[in-house]
Write a protein that binds this ligand. Structure first.
Ligand code: NAD
Length: 315
């Protein structure tokens, strides 16, 4: 009797899907997302090409470490990737021991990495040709949001696929937006990160100016955070060391969102803007500032390190 009700069928499907999840890419974001999945009862098969990153999940109850993306994807109805670039996601899908080798037909491939909208469309095409489903699901919230399980997901693709993903995504963050067709999630993400890159540099400039002119950094932050200069960069991820605990600026700019990754996102935004003839005046300048940071030795630091760069050496 119960079997005949649509509601029962949906919940059976969700339970089945939620129990067979794999996750590939356990870096700054991925390892925290997996922590939330496992702490909320979701078993996950995990893989990362870097042994140290893979081992970050070694002590998590419910995480099974795998030797390849193929092994992780085997028997999974949901495969999630959280990788640096679109080319790496494609390689992880197509490699000799990649996702396609292991993933069962009709399964759902969810890419949470930030990549080119065009690459998302290509990955969707490859997925379709191999009889699996694909959605782009980039996230916002940074490592603090990944840690707290409060990420925002921006989805491009079939709304039914998104519905199927929701019980799993909800364990990593409750704000899930359907943006449109494949690639639309990536477009939303690039627009968001365009603002993020610009506001981070603006916050760093203002904080540096105030401090050089004698203001206390915590006082200045308190003022900005109840005034019109407030942004995520000032109130959640402040770039000045010691102003906030547990953010990269207070930990030597280690961890967090690396300078090359924000530079990548700004480059993707510029390429997207070029494709539709839209000017990105501050976006282009911001992109170049982050490129200069990489060349000046800040390539392995969190993107809030712009503050250090502006402050200058030993001042
Ligand atoms: P990261 O560099 O810390 O982690 C990426 C992980 O992928 C690394 O552990 C690396 O070893 C692994 N990897 C690389 N190639 C692989 C392969 N072929 N197979 C398996 N694993 C492989 O990056 P991150 O900061 O976690 O960011 C991941 C993605 O999320 C990026 O696209 C980034 O733009 C996006 N993002 C990052 C943040 C952030 O605050 N860090 C926020 C939102 C979105």
């Amino acid at each position: 009797m119960l079997l005949r009700t649509g509601r029962y069928l949906v919940s059976t499907l969700q339970t089945r899907n939620a129990s067979n999840v794999s996750f590939i890419g356990l870096g700054q974001m991925g390892n925290r997302m997996v922590k939330n999945l496992t702490s909320k009862g979701q078993e996950v098969k995990v893989f990362d090409i870097l042994p140290a990153a893979l081992n970050s999940a070694a002590n998590l109850k419910g995480a099974k470490l795998c030797n390849s993306a193929e092994e992780a994807a085997k028997d999974s109805n949901i495969v999630i990737t959280m990788l640096p670039t679109g080319d790496i996601v494609k390689e992880t899908l197509l490699a000799e021991n990649g996702i396609l080798k292991g993933i069962p037909k009709k399964s759902l491939f969810i890419d949470c990495s930030t990549i080119e909208p065009k690459m998302a469309q290509e990955l969707s095409k490859i997925s379709k040709e191999n009889n699996i489903r694909y959605i782009d699901a980039p996230v916002s919230g940074g490592v603090t949001g990944a840690e707290a399980g409060t990420l925002t997901f921006m989805i491009g693709g079939d709304p039914n696929d998104m519905k199927e993903a929701e019980p799993v995504l909800n364990k990593m963050g409750g704000k899930i937006f359907h943006c449109g067709n494949i690639g639309a999630g990536q477009i939303a993400k690039l627009c968001n990160n365009l603002i993020l890159g610009i506001t981070m540099i603006g916050t760093c400039e203002a904080m540096n100016l105030g401090i050089k002119l004698g203001l206390d950094p915590k006082l200045l932050t308190n003022i900005i955070n109840v005034s019109t200069g407030r942004s995520w960069s000032s109130d959640t991820y402040n770039p000045v060391p010691g102003v906030m605990p547990n953010v990269p600026s207070s930990k030597g700019y280690e961890g967090g969102f690396s300078v090359p990754l924000i530079a990548k996102d700004l480059g993707l935004a510029e390429a997207a803007a070029l494709s539709c003839g839209t000017p990105l005046l501050l976006g282009a300048l911001t992109h170049q500032i982050y490129r200069a940071l990489i060349l000046n030795g800040y390539g392995d630091k969190d993107f809030a390190v712009v503050y250090e760069f502006l402050k200058g050496q030993n001042k």
